[in-house]
Design a protein around this ligand. Structure first.
Ligand SMILES: [Zn+2]
Length: 557
């Protein structure tokens, strides 16, 4: 029997266990613990860290019934169904040999073990050993664009490239052009290759269907996916190495209309966690955020559509507030950034570790600061707000278009006004705009219509940020994108945030408490100095950082 099959059966078996059987298992585990004079524990109540789990490979954990679930400095904790087993002793001795500390061991039930096994990071599931590595010659990076053109020119004709060579060129091109994702999309007659650069998909070349098919097979083998499975989504990963620098590549294959869609995500290319002042906030917004980060209790909300940078903002805030001596725990779906000093846990709904259940077990761990990846349901909202009112600083995200809309969303989810108003400290809504390439941006004089449009949008903005008379200045120039070698013809290099930020005090708190219209909350926020996302974006146009077209693009999101 293949390991994978036994895993699936194990999971199905666990799912069918009745509450009675689980109790029976826990009683047996307690009895074993007493006999061995070791502590007994339930792993469900503990935020298991994927990083600690990885100290014992999943296959070993499954075979021996032993896991390491916690590691903080020399405090390493393991759990085993039967710690007296010599195989378990060997696992613990191996950890000691590698880390210099013998893990403290507790006794757990088979049920707890299955739960721990389900918490292993997805990429290390299954029977696979270490991930495959694809080397890319450093000098190929500089030639990648030309090589891609050569591939495009040969489409339909004979091309003397192996699928591996083609994949190497595609990866080299992506690395060279600062792409975060590579998309291969089969159509009726050809496969389109696109790179996501600064958040926008850019067409690169097309490949003929035969080459696309061979490329798909090569990627599947590298990512340890099943070659003969075409009808269901598959996820895997491999590593691309240039010199000594390794980049994780997450592979997602989805069945599509005419073939399988492939997306390769280049993980180390993602925006790194920034310092607060590098997020792109103007001084007023930054000051409001920094004041609220000094609080030790209350809720900080970050809102926006997918890909708006809201998780980056929260990760940056968490990094800013985290200090030794504080316990910071996160519950995410999935974990997007590895944050030093934060106990990060990942939602695993099939294993029962939902946002609501996970949050309850995190609260039993006596945290100071909690990051709830997203509020989607009433129970999570309720528990989060309760935590914010009882001495925790709670960070979370919501899918709403603007900052005042976050209040409405939480009201719709079912939160009472009298808990909402005192719980929320700060609301940040945001989008990302692309930053013009300084090497090729061109300046132009905005025409009268555009200037009047901006005058309308900017009405009511505090004079310290915007003086309408600049629109009448004949010397006024905006900048537009062009394209050069440095920015790989996109006209842009990197992205920055545009924000609307308000803190909940005095007037706004009273309005929320009274159940006021969102429009009233918005007006009060603007009176307190908030600029809307569109206004903040135009401030960045006036500063020559981004373009009018970028403002239009984010307005449609
Ligand atoms: Zn350029």
């Amino acid at each position: 029997m293949r390991l994978e099959d036994s895993e699936e059966r194990g999971a199905a078996m666990t799912a069918k266990l009745s509450a009675l059987e689980i109790q029976q298992q826990e009683r047996l585990a307690q009895r074993r613990a007493r006999k061995l004079s070791l502590p007994y524990m339930e792993l469900f109540a503990f935020p298991i860290e994927p990083a600690a789990l990885s100290l014992v490979p999943r296959a070993t954990a499954q075979a021996t019934g032993a896991v390491v679930f916690y590691k903080r400095g020399r405090d390493i904790r393991a759990a085993a169904v039967n710690p007296a087993d010599t195989k378990v002793q060997a696992v613990l001795a191996d950890v000691e040999r590698r880390l210099g500390t013998l893990p403290a061991v507790s006794v757990i039930s088979e049920h707890s073990l299955q739960f721990a096994l389900s918490r292993y990071p997805r990429e290390s599931r299954g029977p696979s050993g270490p991930r495959d590595e694809l080397p890319v010659a450093a000098d190929l990076l500089t030639r990648a664009a030309a090589e891609l053109q050569r591939v495009a020119a040969a489409a339909g004709g004979p091309l003397s490239l192996s699928p591996t060579e083609l994949l190497t060129i595609i990866l080299a091109g992506a690395l060279q052009m600062r792409a975060t994702d590579i998309h291969l999309e089969p159509g009726q007659t050809a496969v389109q290759l696109r790179y996501r650069i600064d958040g926008v998909l850019q067409p690169i070349i097309t490949l003929d269907l035969d080459m696309g098919q061979k490329l798909l097979s090569r990627i599947k083998v590298l990512a340890q996916l099943k070659l003969n499975v075409h009808a269901v989504p598959q996820d895997g990963s491999f590593v691309v190495r240039v010199g000594s620098e390794r980049t994780d590549v997450r592979v997602s294959v989805l069945p599509g209309g005419v073939g399988e869609y492939i997306v390769l995500r280049l993980l180390s290319r993602r925006d790194a966690v920034l310092s607060l002042d590098a997020l792109g906030m103007k001084a007023r917004d930054l000051a409001v955020v920094q004041a609220e980060l000094k609080q030790s209790t209350g809720m900080i909300l970050s809102t926006g559509p997918t890909g708006s940078g809201k998780t980056t903002t929260i990760a940056t805030c968490l990094t800013a507030v985290n200090q030794p001596g504080l316990k910071v725990v996160s519950l995410e779906d999935p974990i997007e950034y590895r944050l030093a000093g934060v106990e990060q846990t990942e939602v695993d709904a099939p294993a029962g570790y939902t946002f609501a259940a996970g949050l309850r077990s995190i609260l039993r761990q006596d945290p100071d600061i909690i990051f709830v990846g997203e509020i989607r349901d009433g129970e999570t909202a309720e528990t989060s707000v309760h935590a914010a009112l009882t001495g925790h600083l709670v960070f979370t995200t919501l899918h709403t278009n603007d900052a005042p809309g976050a209040i409405l969303r939480l009201r719709e989810i079912g939160l009472a006004l009298y808990v909402l108003a005192p719980a929320i400290n700060l609301v940040i809504a945001q989008r990302l705009v692309r930053v013009l390439c300084p090497d090729c941006a061109k300046s132009y004089r905005p025409d009268a219509r555009l200037r009047e449009h901006i005058r309308d949008v900017m009405a009511g903005v505090d004079r310290t940020f915007f003086d309408p008379s600049v629109l009448d200045d004949p010397a006024l120039r905006f900048r537009k994108s062009s394209g050069c070698r440095v920015c790989v013809q996109t006209g842009f290099r990197g992205r920055t945030g545009v924000f609307e930020v308000f803190s909940v005090h005095d007037e706004i708190e009273q309005l929320i408490l009274a159940g006021a219209d969102v429009s009233k909350i918005r007006e009060a926020a603007i009176r307190s100095g908030m600029t809307t996302i569109a206004q903040d974006a135009y401030l960045k146009v006036l500063d020559g950082i981004t373009t009018v077209e970028e403002v239009a693009r984010i307005s449609e999101e």
